[in-house]
Design a protein around this ligand. Structure first.
Ligand code: FAD
Ligand code: SF4
Length: 519
């Protein structure tokens, strides 16, 4: 074999650099399902199907296009469970064939990159990493942008990207609509009446390949968290394109307006549910952004919604990837709030068994679909984990386990950095900490909850509110010079010592599990 072309589970694009120079006579594609990737963090069953089924579909497409594919498939046989690692499967191929060179698009996970290097070195086969063309900004470009800056503010990066790629600019090069940011239009709540008939996201019925994968996952990974009976994610490019069209037509026109809102029992609201497809490379970020901008130009979606959406993809998504490669491997170790390394997420983060209405609703979605939308991730589950004192790396590992769209490069900066403030302010200038009143403002959850968001002490005190005050108290020294925290810290003085004693005691009981927060 001249080139063994490795295709990883999140590299399922036919226009990949890996195929540019492919010679069907002398090259082979190599793909592998393996236990290690499924178990190095505990993995939601929907997440597993969400990787393996698109991989098998991609294999079929490659074969139809005349590629010769070596594919390592997992079976439901539990006796073979936990035996395969990425490196061990690759080693078997390298010893069975004479390979001149391994080609692979640069992996999105630092650990996998290092593992590949080590395996190639051990087997004495040259390895070349190719550019991942599914991003607007390469890690090198990001490093250039970041070098010499005191802080890496996303807004500055986003504006640079808008200008560089001429996205939503008028003829003078100024931002379309005269402003870069429409955040003030994009924080609406649903009001008392709730959302009006939100158009549902498309649902893709499992075909025979997906059904086989579901059966395999149920057998081989039966002890893993989450459910798989509602699996309906896109598993090939055609499905993903349908998802994109549907979003642009039906939900983009209200995406920005309600992007921070929540409502009991609602699932995807106006969110795109495209992250899984984009992260697996079934869709390119460029075509997604182009489709949204076209909807604006055609008069089918307002600017605040389109700008809000473009900001997520061209801004946040590219930015977190830049941060990841700029800061790894040290980034993983960051623990700016000095959380106890043993402090894991609370037990109900695995099954949703809690009497907190907001957490229970977000967990229902997560357990059933391996999805929660951004504000649930940040201001419900992430906020609770932070106030609870969860170690930021453990929170990232939990995130990797539970979400279908989680890949190291995107989960780590979002989970450890933005959500848990583990990086001490690189991603977010202040921690996202709030009381239950924030959730009360943005949703109707508190109306159906046994707790009161305004109370910090007593039997019915909202756990968010109790833990918030305790959090501020524990970290007040650390934040005393952070201007953005001044107002929050000032309120500490308003409480008297007996209230503090009650808050600290209740917070301790919540953290130790004496107060269970379970139904
Ligand atoms: P929409 O709300 O429709 O947003 C549109 C798209 O913008 C998304 O599909 C996604 O591609 C992109 N996007 C938006 N925000 C971000 C962001 N902060 N970082 C990267 N891309 C963004 N996103 C992941 O893709 N994988 C993760 O593992 C992940 N982990 C997260 C962990 C935490 C704690 C938080 C707060 C956010 C995380 N995000 C992650 C970002 C964001 O929450 C998800 O991309 C989004 O909720 C996915 O749903 P959607 O496709 O409906 O997104
Ligand atoms: Fe969540 Fe607290 Fe509101 Fe209950 S009262 S829904 S726990 S914020």
């Amino acid at each position: 074999i001249r080139h063994l072309v490795l295709v990883l589970g999140d590299q399922l694009n036919h226009d990949s650099e890996a195929f540019t120079d492919f010679d069907p006579q002398s090259d082979r594609v190599w793909m592998a399902e393996n236990d290690e990737e499924a178990t190095h963090v505990w993995c939601h069953q929907t997440r597993l199907v969400g990787f393996f089924s698109p991989m098998r579909h991609f294999r079929e497409e490659l074969i139809q296009r005349g590629f010769d594919v070596i594919y390592h498939e997992l079976t439901g046989d539990r006796r073979k469970a936990r035996e395969s690692s990425f490196a061990s499967v690759l080693r078997k191929t390298l010893s069975a064939h004479s390979v001149e060179k391994i080609l692979v698009v640069a992996p999105g996970d630092y650990r996998v990159r290092e593992q590949l290097k080590a395996t190639a070195e051990q087997e004495d086969v040259p390895l070349e990493f190719l550019t991942d063309n599914h991003f607007y900004c390469s890690p090198d470009q990001f490093d250039d942008w970041a070098s010499g800056r005191k802080s890496m503010v996303m807004e500055q990066f986003y504006r640079t990207m808008r200008k560089e790629h001429s996205i939503l600019l008028d003829e003078e090069g100024a931002p379309e609509g005269g402003q870069w940011n429409f955040d003030q239009d994009n924080r609406k709540t649903f009001g008392k009446g709730g959302p009006k008939e939100v158009p549902p996201t498309p649902s893709f019925k499992p075909d025979s390949i997906t059904q086989e994968v579901i059966a395999m996952v149920r057998d081989r990974f039966e002890d893993h968290p989450g459910k798989v009976d509602q699996f309906d994610l896109p598993v090939c490019r055609d499905d993903a394109l349908n998802s994109l069209d549907d979003f642009i037509e039906h939900r983009l026109p209200l995406f920005g307006t309600y992007q921070d809102a929540m409502w009991e029992g609602e699932t995807f609201l106006y969110h795109s549910r495209l992250s899984h497809s984009i992260n697996l490379h079934l869709l390119s970020p460029k075509e997604v952004v182009d489709a949204a901008v076209k909807a604006y130009k055609d008069g089918n979606a307002p600017l605040n919604c389109v700008e809000g959406f473009v900001r997520q993809i061209l801004g946040w998504r590219e930015y977190v990837r830049g941060v990841y490669w700029n800061r790894m491997p040290d980034y993983e170790e960051r623990n700016a709030l000095h959380c106890d390394s043993e402090q894991d997420v609370p037990p109900f983060f695995w099954d949703g068994n809690t009497d907190m209405a907001c957490v229970s609703d977000a967990m229902r979605l997560l357990v059933d679909t391996a999805y929660a939308h951004h504000i649930q991730r940040l201001m419900v589950l992430g906020l609770f984990a932070q106030l609870f004192g969860t170690h930021p790396l453990r929170f990232h590992h939990w995130h990797m386990a539970m979400y279908a769209d989680a890949i190291d490069w995107v989960s780590l900066p979002n989970a450890l950095g933005m959500s848990q403030y583990g990086d001490g302010g690189l991603m977010a200038t202040k921690p996202y900490c709030a009381t239950g009143k924030y959730i009360n403002r943005m949703s109707n959850h508190c109306k159906n909850c046994r707790y009161d968001p305004a109370k910090s002490t007593g039997e019915d005190a909202c756990p968010f509110t109790t833990l918030y005050w305790d959090f501020l108290d524990r970290h007040k020294q650390q934040f005393q010079n952070n201007n953005r925290m001044t107002l929050q810290l000032k309120n500490i003085e308003r409480k008297d010592s007996s209230e503090w004693t009650a808050i600290r005691s209740r917070a301790r009981k919540i953290r130790s599990g004496t107060i269970k927060l379970q139904q």
